[in-house]
Design a protein around this ligand. Structure first.
Ligand SMILES: *Cc1c(COP(=O)(O)O)cnc(C)c1O
Length: 225
């Protein structure tokens, strides 16, 4: 894909987000576009940085560590989000590298992250990941646990919980999952909702997303692993 095609994709996604926001009577400025750059090399990411984009998501700590430190030297105001599952032995690296951690989903990782943030003096905002479809293979707390878990993260661990994140099941309409996440955030008193990917970000915007995570819709199809 050429650099121009990449920035055109970015523009197209932005304008579709703005349209979906206006249709839902929301301010398009409330919705952040997270470009999910997993599996793509730094050369593919650079044109977006050059075009002024700063919000990116990666799902693996090690992969992110191999490409972002160098990009960050050139673009200091990048905001990098961890959107994939986190193992506790990677927590130190994750806290050092990322600016937001969206995949907090169990007691142990909440505790380890809180300790690392204190140690590194980097109190990062976090999201609680909710497994809205209750899929056995997927990360996230169950919807029934979400409100209590978010509260424990704040009160027991002192984490700055900003919002909730979900990845709906692939074979179901996403809207009920987005609506559920919105309702859980309301119950938990949280303002941010990370939901919506390439296939469904407009639906997510109509249901209250404050950030959407778009990968293939910007970068094209991911290379095989
Ligand atoms: C890969 C990924 C995305 C982006 O997926 P696309 O369908 O390529 O937009 C969004 N969120 C998470 C958690 C991901 O792992």
């Amino acid at each position: 894909m050429t650099d121009t095609a990449l920035t055109l994709n970015l523009e197209e996604v932005r304008s579709r987000i703005a349209r979906a926001a206006r249709e839902a009577e929301r301010d398009p400025g409330e919705i952040a576009l997270i470009a999910v750059s997993k599996m793509f090399p730094a050369e593919r990411i650079a044109p977006l940085l050059q075009a002024g984009h700063r919000d990116f998501g990666e799902n693996r700590v090690q992969e992110a560590a191999s490409k972002w430190p160098e990009l960050r030297e050139r673009y200091e105001d990048v905001v990098l989000r961890l959107i994939g599952p986190l193992q506790s032995n990677k927590a130190a690296d994750a806290v050092a590298l990322f600016d937001v951690i969206e995949s907090v989903d169990r007691e142990k990782i909440a505790r380890v992250l809180a300790a690392e943030m204190e140690k590194q003096n980097r109190p990062l905002p976090v999201y609680v990941q909710v497994n809205t479809g209750e899929e056995p293979q997927k990360a996230g707390v169950t919807p029934a646990e979400a409100v209590t878990f978010a509260k424990r993260c704040r009160e027991e661990h002192g984490l700055a919980v900003e919002g909730l994140m979900c990845i709906p099941p692939q074979d179901e309409p996403p809207a009920p999952h987005f609506a559920l996440l919105h309702e859980l955030a309301r119950e938990a008193g949280l303002l941010k909702l990370s939901m919506g990917m390439s296939a469904d970000y407009e639906a997510a915007v109509s249901l209250g997303a404050t950030s959407v995570r778009v990968g293939s819709g910007i970068f094209g199809e991911r290379p095989p692993k």
